[in-house]
Design a protein around this ligand. Structure first.
Ligand SMILES: Nc1ncnc2c1ncn2[C@@H]1O[C@H](COP(=O)(O)OP(=O)(O)O)[C@@H](O)[C@H]1O
Ligand SMILES: [Mg+2]
Length: 435
């Protein structure tokens, strides 16, 4: 028999000489089906697809009398399995499958472990990267903090420099005005000295000689003696005139000296009140600035017009307000000086704005400001003047901001004058830190 599934036919027979056609058969295949198969008179058994194994084919027959021979005939055979149906093969296969499964499992475990290791490596890598980034970030934050601190320090230094420049600007303006007044005082004194030098007192001695000659005994008054009274009257008139002139000059000199005293007092006041908040009548302060500038304005032929509306007193740092006003009034003079306007004038205005603010404006008809310079003029060091510094407006705008207000400029353009507008709160904001 060949290995593998098998189709077999087993033929059998029984001998009977009497009635062979009446012989009946039954058969069974032990190992496949233990039940008897009634085959009738058929003399073969057919099996298809028998699995490998050991079989025992048994066939019995009955004769024409219906008597069964229960012994029958037996044929044992074996259907050998194909190799893959063999037990060893199955065992081998099972072992192989188990081995493969084991190997697969091992592989999987290995892979999982490898993935795990890779994951751990990546986590470690990421962690290291993050730590590095974190360290960099911390470093950057530190650097930023340092830069911020430096920037704040620089800002503070700049503010302090601006403040000092502003104070220096004011001091220089004040000194300039003192210089102006001193100049006219100087002119007055030399004029007086001149006049005194030219005062002709010799004529008096000559007149006395003529009188002496006339009064001598036996002398008739001559022509000269007769003209003497008229001459003396003329001399009196001359002395009178000179005296009046010199008195007027002295009065001017005294006024100048008073003005110098006033300016010095103003400057002392300015330096003393720095950083203190006090109730101030803004119009008084503006007046004192305009008074200080009066000789200078007069000298340059500038008219001053005051238009003050009633406004409440403001609580503010007088020092800062003076700094701003001096700068604007000084700039207005320079602007008028630089224009060819025949009637130079400056209008100083004060008025309330809303319930809690005040506006001071100084308008001149001077050289004007080009539109593109309207904001640039407030930057540190911007100047168009030959002897200018460009500190005044920068410091003034800064001071206005510190007071919770603003300083702005308006102009219709070159040659058409300019207006500086200072707006201030009547009470400073709580954040105002007096400097
Ligand atoms: N009233 C004004 N009219 C025209 N220009 C002005 C006026 N005030 C200021 N400016 C311009 O702003 C510039 C800066 O002024 P400022 O900061 O006071 O510095 P400085 O007076 O030293 O030039 C001036 O040089 C001038 O060009
Ligand atoms: Mg100036």
């Amino acid at each position: 028999m060949q290995p593998g599934p098998c189709e077999i036919e087993i033929q059998y027979t029984a001998l009977s000489y009497i009635a062979p056609e009446k012989i009946q058969f039954k058969y069974r295949l032990e190992g496949f089906n233990n039940g008897w198969v009634d085959a009738g008179q058929r003399r073969f058994a057919h099996y298809a697809g028998l699995p490998p194994g050991d079989y025992r084919f048994q066939v019995i027959a009955c004769n024409n009398d219906g008597v069964w021979n229960t012994t029958g005939a037996v044929y044992s055979f074996r259907l050998p399995p194909r190799y893959y149906q063999s037990a060893w093969f199955r065992v081998l296969m099972a072992a192989l499958v188990a081995g493969l499964a084991g190997a697969g499992y091992q592989l999987k475990v290995h892979r999982v472990q490898a993935r795990d290791r890779e994951l751990q490596r990546r986590v470690a890598e990421r962690t290291a990267e993050l730590a590095e980034a974190n360290a960099a970030l911390v470093g950057e934050v530190e650097q930023r903090k340092l830069a911020q601190k430096k920037s704040e320090e620089l800002q503070e230094q700049l503010m302090s420099a601006s403040r000092k420049a502003g104070q220096a600007e004011v001091a220089s303006n004040v000194l300039h005005n003192v210089g102006n007044v001193l100049n006219s005082a100087n002119i007055s004194t030399s004029l007086l000295a001149d006049r005194l030098r030219r005062l002709d007192v010799n004529n008096l001695a000559e007149a006395a000689g003529i009188i002496e000659q006339t009064l001598a005994p036996g002398r008739a008054p001559g022509d000269r003696a007769r003209r003497l009274p008229k001459y003396l009257r003329q001399l009196g008139g001359y002395f009178d005139q000179e005296r009046n002139g010199m008195v007027a000059e002295l009065k001017g000199l005294a006024q100048n000296i008073d003005h110098i005293k006033e300016i010095i007092a103003f400057q002392q006041n300015y330096t003393q009140v720095a950083g203190v908040l006090e109730k101030v009548a803004v119009s008084d302060l503006l007046d004192s600035v305009l008074r200080m500038y009066a000789p200078s304005y007069q000298k340059h032929g500038i008219d001053v017009v005051r238009e003050y509306q009633p406004a409440p007193q403001a609580l503010l740092d007088r020092h800062k307000l003076l700094q701003i006003l001096i700068n604007i009034v000084d700039n207005a003079r320079h602007a008028c000086d630089a224009s060819r306007h025949s009637r130079k004038s400056v209008a100083a205005r004060i008025g309330p704005r809303g319930p809690d603010r005040i506006v001071i404006s100084i308008a001149d008809n001077g050289r004007g400001i080009a539109a593109e310079d309207l904001t640039r003029i407030f930057s540190h060091g911007f100047t168009t003047r030959e002897n200018g510094h460009g500190f005044g407006l920068h410091g003034s705008a800064l001071a206005a901001r510190q007071m919770g207000g603003s300083l702005t400029a308006a102009s219709d353009g070159p040659g058409r004058g300019a207006t500086f507008i200072l707006e201030l709160p009547l009470t400073p904001p709580s954040t105002d830190t007096p400097a």
